[in-house]
Each structure stands twice: as structure tokens, then as C-alpha cells.
Design a binder for this molecule. Structure first.
Ligand SMILES: Nc1ncnc2c1ncn2[C@@H]1O[C@H](COP(=O)(O)OP(=O)(O)OP(=O)(O)O)[C@@H](O)[C@H]1O
Ligand SMILES: [Mg+2]
Length: 256
């Protein structure tokens, strides 16, 4: 579905610094890829090249075997849902209007759009419909983030790019929303690339995990392969941190 071949991105020609450096990987239809890595490792840059908010400096990206460099940007973006890092709702629009942006652009009937908006609004855990008439600034940060997820799903896209979609959510809300999301993802066979800072997300949700480090792909594989692999000291260190915490908690519980 999505195929990166030796993709690099430099933001300025003056510098040799590569935000993304010779990255090759692919994601099959219906797969969920978790993109993991430290701050500044190139995750957002990678996502933005998929819907051509950025173009690679070199290399090729294909979607369904088509080189996206030859596709019209606007058409491409309508086909791809995007949950922006740090929410990115339009402040002057109501919640309902924000969710229905793409359906409106695609010329859906008012009825069909309203039905979809309500369905997604409930899916992201809201009950009070009055919220639909509020502006984003009148919602909490986590609520805004959930609206961002609904908006991306409303596009009906088969591909979703999600940049830390659950970053602002408490663990309980996150667990509920992510569970609902995973159900839909499997049901509709959505191809998803999701950036997260929580390695546990990767291990729980992902079909594949890509670890980025300083623009390079440090490791790529299934969660099982990642846990079993001994090739990268960096990945072992990444995994050791949360497991050490779990061990600590288990010890506390054992001593209760
Ligand atoms: N518009 C830009 N111009 C110049 N450099 C940029 C630009 N955007 C990002 N960078 C640089 O490219 C590198 C990768 O940035 P990117 O946003 O992809 O990181 P990230 O992995 O998404 O980090 P985070 O987890 O903090 O969101 C960083 O060193 C960043 O400073
Ligand atoms: Mg980022």
C-alpha cells in the first residue's frame, strides 16, 4: 500500500543534515505501522512526505504502486486521513464543521454528512451533542485531540497518518479510544502509520514497528521480532526502560 525506497529529506540545501536519511520500508494494506523514535528523529517529516506536505530530496514513495510525485497533491491528500501532531483543528469552525471538512469537500449530502459526524462523535467517546456546536477552544486538549481523530476517520480514507493521536489523553481515555479505533481499523482494513512516543503502544497495537534514530531507520519488524532481536543495542535499551518499570511495579504489588 505504501512503499518507501531510499527516501531522504534535507530541509535546507545549505546543510548536509538529513531529517530523514535513506529510509526504505513498506506497509501492506490493512497493516498498522507504529513509527517510534526520539524527538527530532524524523517521524513527522516521514509522515508529511506521504501526503506531500513535504517532498523528498531524493528517493521514491509509492502508494498502491503509483509514484506519488506524479499525483495531484490535493487529490492525494483527500485520499489520506491525517491526524496532525498537536491537534490542528480549525479554530473558527465548530466541532461539527471540523469533523465534516472532507465530506463537505467531497460533496456529500447534508444528511449523509450529519449521520457520519454523529457516528464518529460517539465513537470518540462523546455523548453530549451540544459539544458539536462549540469551537475547539471551548474543549479540553484531550477532547480536541479526539475530534482530530474523528475528522481523520470522516474522510473515509483507506490510509490514515496519525501523529501522536493519543498524546494528550489520560491512560483510561486512551485505552478506550484506542480500543475502539483498533476495531474500526481492522473492520475497515485501514492502512495506518501512527507516530507514538510510547513503546507500549507499538507492542500492543502494531503489526509492524519502525524505530527511527537521527533520520535513519534503526529497526523495522513485527513487535515479536523487535522483542527477540539482539541486533540493535539502541532498540534493546528502548525496550528495557518500560519493562524495568513493569518489573518495579510487579515487585511493589508482590510486596503488598
Ligand atoms: N521546517 C523545518 N525546517 C528545518 N528543519 C526542520 C523542519 N522541520 C523539522 N526539522 C528538523 O528535522 C528533524 C526531524 O524533525 P521531525 O519533525 O520529523 O521530528 P519528529 O521525530 O517528528 O520529532 P518529535 O517527536 O519531536 O515530533 C529535526 O532535527 C527538526 O529540527
Ligand atoms: Mg513530530
Amino acid at each position: 500500500m505504501i512503499e518507501f525506497s531510499n527516501v531522504s529529506k534535507r530541509y535546507t540545501t545549505a546543510s548536509q543534515y538529513h531529517a530523514v536519511n535513506d529510509v526504505t520500508f513498506s506497509v501492506a494494506k490493512g497493516e498498522l505501522l507504529v513509527l517510534f523514535g526520539e524527538s527530532g528523529s524524523g517521524k513527522t517529516t516521514t509522515l508529511k512526505m506521504i501526503n506531500r506536505l513535504l517532498d523528498p530530496t531524493s528517493g521514491q514513495i509509492k502508494i498502491e504502486n503509483q509514484d506519488i510525485a506524479s499525483l495531484d497533491k490535493v487529490t492525494l491528500r483527500r485520499k489520506i486521513g491525517y491526524v496532525i501532531q498537536g491537534v490542528g483543528l480549525f479554530p473558527h469552525m465548530t466541532i461539527a464543521e471540523n469533523i465534516s471538512i472532507i465530506p463537505d469537500l467531497m460533496g456529500w449530502s447534508k444528511e449523509k454528512t450529519e449521520k457520519k459526524v454523529l457516528e464518529l462523535f460517539e465513537l470518540i467517546g462523546f455523548k453530549d451533542r451540544a459539544l458539536l456546536r462549540r469551537k475547539p477552544s471551548e474543549l479540553s486538549g484531550g477532547q480536541q485531540q479526539r475530534v482530530g481523530i474523528a475528522r481523520a476517520l470522516a474522510s473515509g480514507s483507506k490510509i490514515l497518518l496519525m501523529d501522536e493521536p493519543f498524546g494528550a489523553l489520560d491512560p483510561l481515555t486512551k485505552a478506550n479510544i484506542s480500543e475502539e479505533f483498533l476495531k474500526i481499523q481492522k473492520e475497515l482494513s485501514l492502512t495506518v502509520i501512527m507516530v507514538t512516543h510510547d513503546i507500549m503502544d507499538g507492542l500492543l497495537f502494531a503489526d509492524k514497528i519502525a524505530v527511527m534514530r537521527e533520520g535513519k531507520l534503526e529497526s523495522f519488524g513485527t513487535p515479536r521480532e523487535m522483542i527477540n532481536q539482539t541486533g540493535s543495542a539502541y532498540v534493546s535499551e528502548l525496550l528495557d526502560k518500560p519493562f524495568a518499570q513493569i518489573k518495579k511495579i510487579t515487585k511493589i504489588i508482590d510486596n503488598l
